[in-house]
Design a protein around this ligand. Structure first.
Ligand SMILES: NC(=O)c1ccc[n+]([C@@H]2O[C@H](COP(=O)([O-])OP(=O)(O)OC[C@H]3O[C@@H](n4cnc5c(N)ncnc54)[C@H](O)[C@@H]3O)[C@@H](O)[C@H]2O)c1
Ligand SMILES: N[C@@H](CCO)C(=O)O
Ligand code: NA
Length: 441
C-alpha cells in the first residue's frame, strides 16, 4: 500500500520536531501503523528556513493553500497557531476532505464546536493530542482509557512556561522577567507569552479536557482565568510554612449544580505528587468514579515531546480513516447527538473550594478576634491560622503584621462578600490576598 501522504502547515518548533521524529522512527512507525506515513509537502512563510529543515525530496511552498489543494495529500497538520489564518486553513482542509492534526489549543477551545461539527459532516477526523499537555497522552486517556468512568474532577499543571517560572523563582530566587525570557528561549512559551502567564493557555487546555470529560461543548468563554502575574513572593513563602506549594492549576469538576471550569494559582499540599512537578513538566490528575485517582506526567511543551503527540495522531488516523465515521472515537468522547445539554458551566461565585487569605493588619489587641468573628458570622469555617511577628514582617518596631488564614470548603460568593466586609475594617491595612487551595483527594 502506498504511504499516507501528509502536508505540514508551519515548520517552527513543533513542526520541525514532527518532521525529524517521523523521519528518524519511520520504519518502526510503519510497522505500528500498518502503512508508511510521509510528510511530502511543507508550507511555511519562511521557505528558506523550511527547506533547510527538511532537506531535498520534500516540496516546500510559502502558500499553505497549495498543500490543501493537493489531491495527493491525505492528512493536513496545522502547526501555525492562533485563531486567524489557522482557523481558515483548518476549515478549508476539512472542506477539501482532509483529516486534520493540530496542536492548536487556542483554536479548538474557542472554535472547537464549529470545527468538530464541520469535520463530523465531512466524515474526517480532527485530532489534537498535542494541544493538551503536549507529549502526555491525556486526550487518549480521557477519551478511551477512562471511558468506563463517570469522571468527577480533573486538576492539572498544564502550562510548562508558568510552572517553569514558579519553580525557578522559588529554587533559584530569579526574577519573573529573567525566567520568562529563558522559557521563551527554550521554545516553551506561546507566540504571545501573555497567554501563558495570564492563564489563558491553561484555560484553553482545561476547556478541552472539560468538554471530553463531561460531554459538554467547548466553552472557553465561561472559564474563570487567572494567571501568575499578581502572585507575591511572600505568599509562596507563607504557603510553604503551612505545608503547601503554589501551582498554576487548571481545574474542572462535576459539582451538584453544574461544571466548575477554572484556572488560577492554587495551594497544593506539599506531599501530593502534583506539588512536586517542577520546571516545564506537566501533570494531570483525573478522578473517575470507578478507577479512583490517576496521574499522567511528562513533558507538556518543547519540540520533540509535542511531536510525539502529533505523530500518535497521524498513526491513529492512518489506522482508522477507512473505518465508518460513525464507528470512530468521537472528537469529544461522547457522540455529538448524545452530549449533556443540561450541564452548565458554573459562574465563579458558585464554585466551592477552600481558601488562603493573607491580611496586612494593625498589630493591636483584638484584631484576630474581629477577623475570625466576621468569618464565623459569614459561615466560613477556619482550617488554620498563621500570625507572623510584627518585627519579622515590617522590621523592628513595626506596628503591622500579616495574618494568614486557611478556610475549609466554602462557596466563592460567600468568600467574596466576607472579603468585602473584612476589607472595610480599619485594622485591615492593605488589599487582602485571596488564593484558592485544592486538597486533591
Ligand atoms: N512549542 C510548544 O512547545 C508547543 C506545545 C504544544 C502546542 N503548541 C502549539 O503548536 C502550534 C505551533 O507552535 P510552535 O511553537 O511550533 O510555533 P512556531 O512559531 O515555532 O512555528 C510556527 C511556524 O508557522 C509559520 N507560519 C506562520 N504563519 C504561516 C502561514 N500563514 N503559512 C505557513 N506558515 C506560517 C512560521 O513561519 C513558523 O515557522 C501552536 O498552536 C502552539 O500553541 C506548541
Ligand atoms: N506555551 C505552552 C506550550 C505547550 O502547550 C506551555 O508553556 O505549556
Ligand atoms: Na497530549
Amino acid at each position: 500500500m502506498k504511504p499516507i501522504q501528509v502536508g505540514l502547515l508551519g515548520i517552527g518548533t513543533v513542526g520541525s520536531g514532527t518532521f525529524n521524529v517521523l523521519k528518524r522512527n519511520q520504519e518502526e512507525i510503519k510497522r505500528r501503523a500498518g502503512r508508511g506515513i510521509e510528510i511530502t509537502m511543507v508550507a511555511d512563510l519562511d521557505t528558506e528556513r523550511a527547506k533547510a529543515a527538511v532537506g531535498g525530496g520534500v516540496q516546500v511552498v510559502s502558500d499553505a493553500r497549495a498543500v490543501i489543494a493537493n489531491p495527493d495529500i491525505d492528512i493536513v497538520i496545522e502547526l501555525i497557531g492562533g485563531y486567524g489564518i489557522a482557523k481558515q486553513l483548518v476549515m478549508e482542509a476539512i472542506a477539501a476532505g482532509k483529516h486534520v492534526v493540530t496542536a492548536n489549543k487556542a483554536l479548538l477551545a474557542v472554535h472547537g464546536t464549529e470545527i468538530f461539527e464541520a469535520a463530523q459532516q465531512k466524515g474526517v477526523m480532527v485530532a489534537f493530542e498535542a494541544a493538551v499537555a503536549g507529549g502526555i497522552p491525556i486526550i487518549k486517556a480521557l477519551r478511551e482509557g477512562l471511558t468506563a468512568n463517570s469522571i468527577q474532577w480533573i486538576a492539572g499543571i498544564i502550562n510548562g512556561t508558568t510552572n517553569f517560572i514558579l519553580s525557578e523563582m522559588r529554587d533559584k530566587g530569579l526574577d519573573f522577567g529573567t525566567v520568562l525570557k529563558e522559557a521563551q528561549r527554550l521554545g516553551y512559551a506561546e507566540a504571545d507569552p501573555t497567554f501563558d502567564i495570564e492563564g489563558v493557555d491553561a484555560a484553553h487546555k482545561v476547556t478541552l479536557m472539560s468538554a471530553i470529560a463531561f460531554g459538554i461543548p467547548v466553552q472557553f468563554s465561561k472559564a474563570h482565568v487567572e494567571g501568575i502575574t499578581k502572585l507575591a513572593a511572600q505568599d509562596i513563602k507563607y504557603a510553604e510554612q503551612l505545608g503547601y506549594r503554589i501551582k498554576l492549576l487548571g481545574v474542572t469538576k462535576r459539582a451538584k449544580n453544574g461544571i466548575e471550569l477554572r484556572v488560577h494559582p492554587s495551594l497544593v499540599p506539599a506531599k501530593r505528587l502534583l506539588a512536586n512537578v517542577e520546571g516545564a513538566m506537566n501533570a494531570v490528575v483525573v478522578h473517575g468514579d470507578a478507577v479512583g485517582t490517576t496521574l499522567y506526567y511528562g513533558k507538556g511543551a518543547g519540540s520533540e515531546p509535542t511531536a510525539s503527540a502529533v505523530i500518535a495522531d497521524l498513526v491513529d488516523i492512518t489506522r482508522l480513516h477507512t473505518a465508518d465515521a460513525a464507528q470512530r472515537v468521537p472528537h469529544l468522547a461522547f457522540h455529538p447527538n448524545a452530549m449533556n445539554d443540561h450541564l452548565d458551566v458554573l459562574p465563579m461565585r458558585e464554585v466551592v473550594t477552600s481558601y488562603y487569605l493573607r491580611m496586612r493588619v494593625a498589630d493591636e489587641a483584638g484584631v484576630l478576634a474581629r477577623v475570625t468573628g466576621l468569618l464565623a458570622n459569614a459561615g466560613i469555617s477556619i482550617d488554620a491560622v498563621l500570625q507572623r511577628e510584627a518585627d519579622e514582617v515590617g522590621g523592628e518596631g513595626s506596628t503591622q503584621t500579616d495574618l494568614i488564614i486557611l478556610t475549609h470548603d466554602t462557596r466563592e460568593g460567600t468568600v467574596d462578600d466576607a472579603l468585602a466586609e473584612l476589607q472595610a475594617l480599619p485594622s485591615v491595612l492593605a488589599p487582602i490576598v485571596r488564593l484558592r487551595k485544592e486538597e486533591l483527594s
